[in-house]
Design a protein around this ligand. Structure first.
Ligand code: PFF
Length: 451
């Protein structure tokens, strides 16, 4: 075990860890992407596939990262060393690269959200939300939004695990849930509510079956992205855990809350869109930011509700972005001994610069997305599965059972699942993902955030 263990910060409580991990998981992916992807991919039929994937692939994959992190008690690169397999550090480093690229484009979307909060106050998007999106999505306003969002992210991470991340997520996560529940109650009163629910909850198995080859990789990719898996993030967060926590119980709680938030977002988006007569399945970044925002502009009380919606989205985005920045910050500060706050500022600035090309060109933006979804996530998860299942299986299955009351059968089944099912699922995803990329002749498919 590392000597630095006692010097490292630890979450002050189990709930502190769960809220931070839920904060990482609940993000723009849940509130923006999920409802719109559901709409285009067959409504409730897609939700069923997605739920299956979350339970069968997401939950066991989260336990892979949790066992590595808690056993390793260090940043996602050094953790492998501490477990006794330093030659596997490259897999954690690969996920770390994913956090840099992801944060670069995620922060741009965070900047858009800031512009919409401002627009809710000034009324700038009420008249023509499409024109407003066009004016803020790229160029100087996008750069300013991106800079402010990154500065907020840096500020929280600089304050550390307990003083920054844990404190911020203890406020933001409950706020996201309360605000979203409030918005869904308001949406229930709208004239288009029942039509919206019908659209959302009626399974269209035709769309599902005719697009299964692109829906499966999407559902798998979205499940990993939404649970923050394949980036080493959950390794980093669980490395601040004490040994007496039950990893399966914590993981179950995180998966359930994350899924509930995504489903709840649908109960806001669909009634709103159907009230103003917009087809939610029309898809695309523009449509997503414009149609919903446009609806807020048209509905009574929409200004306030739009404000609330975008503040909710800001909390969701920030509680995720801090986990993305935590991965490289923990690595650099622990490896080179630099002060966390300086590292946060330095790396945050670097990531801001990395994002700049994507504020100019939507194509670059889509490429960043595509690299993350089609390449980094599946490859990282595959490496973790091989490591956990075949390389460090003794140590990590022991780690799973520490503090857990789930018993040996659970541990053994999990291990075999990780050994066999996860690699097959990833292999299938990679093949289908590449195939649909080639067949459909573009990278737009992969632009998940864009919806
Ligand atoms: N889970 C976040 C979302 O759904 O928006 C995105 C994310 C956060 C992905 C942190 C990866 C990560 F490490």
């Amino acid at each position: 075990m590392p000597t630095a263990m006692s010097e490292r910060e630890h979450w002050t409580s189990r709930i502190g860890f769960i809220l931070a991990a839920v904060g990482s998981a609940v993000g723009l992916g849940n509130i923006w992407s999920f409802p719109f992807q559901t709409a285009t991919n067959g409504g409730a039929a897609f939700v069923l596939v997605y739920l299956l994937v979350v339970v069968l692939v997401g939950f066991p994959a989260m336990l892979m990262e949790f066992t590595i992190g808690r056993r390793g008690q260090s940043n996602p690169v050094k953790a492998f060393d501490n477990i006794g397999f330093g030659n596997w550090s490259f897999s954690g480093a690969f996920g770390l690269v994913g956090t840099l690229v992801t944060l670069a484009f995620y922060s741009i979307v965070g900047g858009w959200v800031l512009s919409y909060i401002l627009g809710s106050v000034t009324g700038a998007y009420f008249g023509d939300a499409g024109a407003y999106f066009g004016s803020i999505a790229t160029g100087p306003p996008a750069v300013v939004g991106h800079a402010i969002f990154m500065a907020l992210t840096i500020g929280i991470v600089a304050l550390g695990i307990t003083g920054g991340i844990e404190r911020a997520t203890k406020v933001m996560v409950p706020a996201i849930i309360v605000l979203l529940a409030g918005l869904s109650a308001w949406a229930f009163t709208l004239s288009g509510a029942s039509a919206g629910y019908e659209y959302y909850l009626t399974p269209d198995f035709d769309i599902l079956s005719s697009n299964l080859d692109s829906i499966i990789p999407y559902a798998v990719g979205q499940a990993f992205f939404t649970l923050s898996l394949g980036f080493s993030t959950m390794i980093a967060y669980s490395s601040y855990l004490d040994r007496d926590d039950s990893l399966p119980a914590d993981s179950g709680a995180i998966v359930i809350v994350n899924t509930a938030v995504a489903l709840l977002a649908g109960f806001v988006v669909f009634p709103v869109l159907s009230t103003i007569g917009v087809n939610p399945g029309s898809g695309g970044a523009g449509t997503a930011f414009t149609s919903l925002a446009g609806a807020f502009g048209q509905l009574t009380g929409g200004a306030i509700l739009g404000f609330v919606f975008f503040v909710t989205l800001l909390f969701a985005g920030l509680s995720s972005s801090i986990s993305l920045l935590e991965v490289p910050v923990s690595y650099v500060s622990e490896t080179y001994g630099y002060e966390r706050s300086r590292v946060a500022v330095g790396l945050g600035t670097g990531i801001f610069l990395l994002g700049l090309p994507a504020t100019i060109s939507q194509t670059t933006f889509s490429w960043y997305n595509a690299i993350v979804f089609n390449f980094i996530i599946p490859v990282t998860v595959l490496m973790f599965a091989l490591f956990v299942g075949w390389v460090a299986s003794d140590q990590l299955s022991e780690e799973l059972s520490l503090g857990s009351s789930f018993g040996d059968t659970f541990t053994v089944s999990w291990l075999w699942w990780v050994r066999l099912v996860i690699p097959v699922a990833i292999g299938l995803t990679l093949v289908l993902g590449i195939q649909s990329l080639l067949l459909k002749g573009g990278i737009i498919d992969a632009a998940i955030i864009l919806g």
